[in-house]
Design a protein around this ligand. Structure first.
Ligand code: GLN
Length: 454
């Protein structure tokens, strides 16, 4: 049914870069046979899923939205993909994204943008717009995203779906094509909180192949979601972050956020105001740390080891000239911009002024969160300052695009978990996201509170 739905709507939505119908059907048939034979299978066995194209899949093309990886077939599966397969989840295909997960709209995909199913003249968010749109358009009940600065939560917000960025280290990064290794985290996209919790239970857990993987296995997130669905939040302290939600937020987004707060109060939660003064520097710190790490991670695309190789049209074929020609042809403008920014910020003469300062800001942000979580059990804000914008509106103005991440970035800098929940429609008729943040390793709070608000 999902493959039929993809055939019917994906021409208009373009959520998928590759669809793997034969493999998905074979997995489904295998699950059916095992179930018929009386085997006791996991909850999500047979439930199809879409996977963001930044996650490597054995024997299936993986491009990360880039021309430099066009046609590249990985020889191995990411740990999380191994877990999906072991659970018996048919992988429908790979979803579109901004090139190497750099962007907030999918307009930086080398293969053309994904369209928002609510209004196909508008962006589906980014970088994981393909995963969110696939879920919103009923092409897949579940999807995998990755969130380095908001790429699961902001697409969820603008497509009216649920997206979770787990605690850093909760889901293995082995087999994610790295953007910024200290920020990257894979997580679930779905239509309900319980669905995301069930998926997080499948993909989470320690992995010896990821050196930053958390040592202990998480408790059951699905149990937390089921517990929360009763709707009683008596005694929960909810902190509204002063710095996230004021100036620059669309009035319709603020109105919907206020309605969410009223719902929390009705459920018995106590609302307090908390201030995180260092958040004003979060965006600047992120856009130094991310390009620095990305410039190092992307150095492996040298025309020799993976994907595209372009030889210079004239002159000698040296390693350096092959690298230059390959990268010149294979990387898009946003990727080039960030590599230049990152190598500059890391260069000997500027390291202390830029990268070093950004790391200090990161510590201040972690301290702000620590103080805020003394006063509140969870923090809340709108997920993004605006509803889905139109194609072309921000693509030529990097600052305007970067500002869309203002509310999601602090969580990545601190490694804490966050969820974006649908919170009704703005006065423009488009979905708005309500963000809840919890302390590191307290992801179950997101599921409990999220399910109570659904
Ligand atoms: N939009 C942000 C950026 O461009 C977030 C990216 C992400 O989370 N992968 O960096």
């Amino acid at each position: 049914a999902h493959l039929d739905r993809i055939a019917a709507v994906d021409g208009a939505v373009h959520a998928f870069l590759h669809v793997n119908a034969d493999e998905a059907l074979a997995t489904a048939a295998d699950v059916d046979a095992r179930r018929a034979a009386g085997e006791d299978l996991p909850d999500l066995a047979g439930v199809p899923i879409a996977v963001k194209d930044v996650v490597v899949t054995k024997n299936q093309v993986t491009t990360a939205g880039s021309k430099i990886l066009e046609g590249w077939i990985p020889p191995y599966d990411a740990t999380l993909v191994e877990k999906l397969r072991a659970t018996g989840m048919p992988i429908l295909g790979k979803t579109n994204m901004d090139e190497f997960a750099m962007g907030s709209s999918t307009e930086h995909s080398a293969y053309g943008p994904t369209r928002n199913p609510w209004d196909t003249d508008r962006i589906p968010g980014g970088s994981g717009g393909g995963s969110a749109a696939a879920v919103a358009a009923y092409e897949a009940p579940l999807a995998i995203g990755t969130d380095t600065g908001g790429s699961i939560r902001q697409p969820a917000a603008v497509t009216g779906t649920v997206g979770i960025k787990p605690t850093y280290g909760s889901v293995s990064r082995y087999g994610l094509i790295a953007l910024a290794s200290s920020l990257d985290q894979a997580g679930p996209c779905s239509r309900t909180v319980l669905d995301s919790a069930l998926l997080h239970d499948v993909i989470g857990g320690h992995d010896p192949r990821d050196s930053t993987s958390l040592p202990e296995r998480a408790p059951s997130y699905a149990a937390a979601a089921r517990e929360g669905s009763g709707g009683d939040l008596t005694g929960l302290r909810v902190g509204v972050v002063t710095e996230l939600g004021g100036e620059g937020y669309q009035p319709g987004v603020r109105a919907s956020f206020d309605a969410g707060l009223a719902q929390l109060r009705e459920a018995g939660a106590e609302i307090v105001e908390v201030s995180c003064p260092s958040f004003s520097a979060a965006l600047a710190a992120y856009y130094l740390i991310l390009p620095s790490e990305a410039s190092s991670n992307l150095a492996k695309f040298d025309g020799m080891r993976f994907g595209l190789r372009v030889e210079p049209s004239e002159g000698p074929v040296t390693a350096e000239r092959v690298m230059a020609a390959t990268r010149g042809a294979g990387f898009g403008p946003e990727v080039k911009r960030r590599i230049i920014l990152g190598t500059y910020a890391l260069s000997a003469g500027y390291y202390d002024a830029y990268y070093g300062s950004a790391q200090k800001v990161r510590t201040l942000i972690q301290r702000d969160f620590a103080a805020a979580f003394e006063a509140a059990d969870v923090l809340v804000s709108p997920t993004a300052p605006t509803t889905a914008f139109r194609f072309g509106e921000k693509v030529d103005d990097p600052m305007a695009m970067y500002l869309n991440d203002v509310a999601t970035i602090p969580a990545n800098l601190a490694g804490i978990p966050g969820i974006s929940l649908p919170s009704g429609l703005s006065d423009d008729g488009l979905p708005v996201g309500f963000q809840i943040l919890a302390p590191a390793r307290a992801d179950e709070r997101l599921y409990r509170v999220g399910a109570a608000l659904e």
